[in-house]
Design a protein around this ligand. Structure first.
Ligand SMILES: [Zn+2]
Length: 283
């Protein structure tokens, strides 16, 4: 018999259905990090000042299987395949210390070049890293790719407004929530109340992890996954110019994202019996 306790109202479509074991941050992303982590290291989850090996993921019975399918098909898979490193990146020093038979590339530069995900390469070639704040621009990606990135970003920002077991919720204005839900349910693609800006961390501020969605200001929310920093900016006046997904490079944002992650990790109480140094934070 089906477990009756899992039947409820799906928080996205509003239909009564068997609710899935839904994840705040998609399960496939945990899985990806798990696959690419260095041998002998652990994944960490930081919450409320504690840091512990990632065995419990933030999840709850929230969405029906149909809506879970929408999340996965419309955004997650594209992001995972094109934005995330396929394996853990190590420093130049660590690379040079590897035994010769484990160094597949002639130089560290070659090693880096061969591991760069498609979207990071696209970003470097089209926008580039600069120490000056540049204007955010609509990326020259196909409509489908822009939709996939947008869908992914909206799904995470929207999920941040829901109640999860161990993550404090933030509220988003009703008109923003309405547009987000309509977009996620594919009822309306017209976004007018907010803009999503994507910054990419340069190697010196790279965080191999997730900064959960958080409110920065009433009109500003942010999360990051791997090199990608997503910022949701709520507009004071609705705009319908179709430029709701922008790419840019803002050095202070990358720096503060990195420092925020490092500060949270350093001050967290370490749980579990595993080494608690993050190799890529050693600078
Ligand atoms: Zn649903």
């Amino acid at each position: 018999m089906e477990k009756q306790s899992n039947v409820g109202i799906c928080e996205l479509c509003g239909n009564e259905a068997v609710l899935q074991d839904s994840h705040f941050i998609p399960k496939a992303i945990y899985k990806k990090f798990s696959n690419i982590k260095e041998k002998g290291t652990s994944l960490y989850l930081m919450n409320n000042g504690e840091s512990f090996p990632l065995s419990t993921q933030i999840k709850a019975h929230k969405f029906c299987s149909k809506c879970e399918g929408l999340f996965s098909k419309n955004g997650e898979q594209y992001f995972i395949d094109n934005a995330l490193y396929q394996r853990a990146l190590i420093s130049e020093e660590q690379y040079s210390q590897k035994p010769e038979n484990e160094r597949r590339f002639k130089s560290y530069q070659e090693y880096i070049k061969n591991n760069i995900p498609y979207l990071v390469r696209f970003f470097i070639e089209n926008i580039g890293y600069t120490t000056n704040i540049i204007e955010y621009i609509k990326p020259a990606l196909s409509e489908t790719e822009i939709d996939s990135l947008c869908y992914f970003a909206i799904s995470i920002f929207w999920r941040g407004s829901l109640q999860w077991a161990i993550k404090p919720q933030y509220n988003l204005p009703n008109d923003v929530l309405r547009e987000m839900k309509d977009y996620l349910l594919q009822k309306n693609k017209n976004i007018t109340t907010f803009v999503i800006k994507i910054d990419i961390s340069p190697p010196c501020y790279y965080v191999s992890g997730v900064n959960f969605p958080a409110k920065i200001r009433d009109d500003l929310y942010r999360f990051s996954i791997d090199s990608f920093i997503f910022t949701l900016e709520i507009l004071t006046r609705p705009s319908s110019n179709g430029e709701y997904l922008l790419f840019g490079f803002n050095f202070p944002i990358a720096k503060s994202n990195f420092e925020n992650f490092k500060r949270l990790f350093d001050k967290s109480e370490k749980k579990g019996n595993v080494p608690d140094e993050l190799h890529y934070l050693k600078k």
